[in-house]
Ligand binder design. Sequence first.
Ligand code: PSU
Ligand code: MN
Length: 335
Amino acid sequence: TFSAVSRLANLRRHLELTETDNKVAQVNVVGGSVKVASEVSQALSLGRAVVALESTIISHGMPYPQNLETAIEVERIVRENGAVPATIAILDGTPCVGLSLEELKRLATLGTSARKTARRDIANVVARGENGATTVSATMFFAAMVNIPIFVTGGIGGVHRHGEHTMDISSDLVELGKTPVAVVCAGVKSILDIPKTLEYLETLGVCTAAYKTNEFPAFFTESSGCKVSCRVDSPEDCARIIEASFKLKLGTGILIAVPIPQEHSTSGQIIESAIHKAIEEARENNITGSAETPFLLARVNDLTGGASLAANIALVKNNALVGAQVAVALAQIRK
Ligand code: PSU
Ligand code: MN
């Protein structure tokens, strides 16, 4: 009976997925509905672990060819740890969940000529049949649409420094406030205002957990000096919180912040001064809005002679490992 019940539950999930697809088709999305790779839809219908991955990190977050190498490597790590990877992007106007190697290559070589697509850009990119690399907010939107509960990235957007004047607050935070997906990241970069980012997440009701630490990590370094209210110490710990949040239909996302592995965090001080310089340059050149984050990432990488890129790659891979373990633990609970 137990397996019959779980088969029924899986069938229900499958039906929900099909229904979602129909709904998309009904609203007449130009270029058809959301395309879900068969490996991904099969895993979802069987209740197996799936990990969503974003694509702005490929197009705008890293240079070619390291972006492609990292994307492939991250998918491999997810697989090696028992989950199915689903990289999300909009290709020729069609939102795709799960990309082929060819599609990953296309996105990696398009680089910044793919449009950086946050939630506000989705309709525009789809209607025009463009190529859109999805940020955390847009990736969460599509992951939730097809019932993928876990999503791995490097860093999320946050409240920018002086955000209280510029109102530059990433839509990633707002999405976390209203979309039930658990996001595994390495915290937020100190190009942003970390204390204000945490305040804003609290306001939005987002459970912000730190993995095996009491402090929120600062992307390139293990700690930010900011304490979190939730510490998690294992993938199972994370999975139980995610399941509780989903069962209660809280509706919010969950942030799981995993510190960069210690052996890669040594260059933190050098990176910090590069960040200060890059922020000054952005101000001098009047670079604001959605162009700011990609500009800062590229400048910090130049100024550190590639050290920040190496750290970025290391932490993304570590997040993929943890995210896959959490996805597997969650699938186990739901069986
Ligand atoms: N932080 C990184 N690397 C990235 C990004 C942020 O360390 O690639 C990308 C993510 O896609 C994130 C987006 O969702 O930048 C946030 O952009 P903005 O600050 O414009 O909201
Ligand atoms: Mn912004």
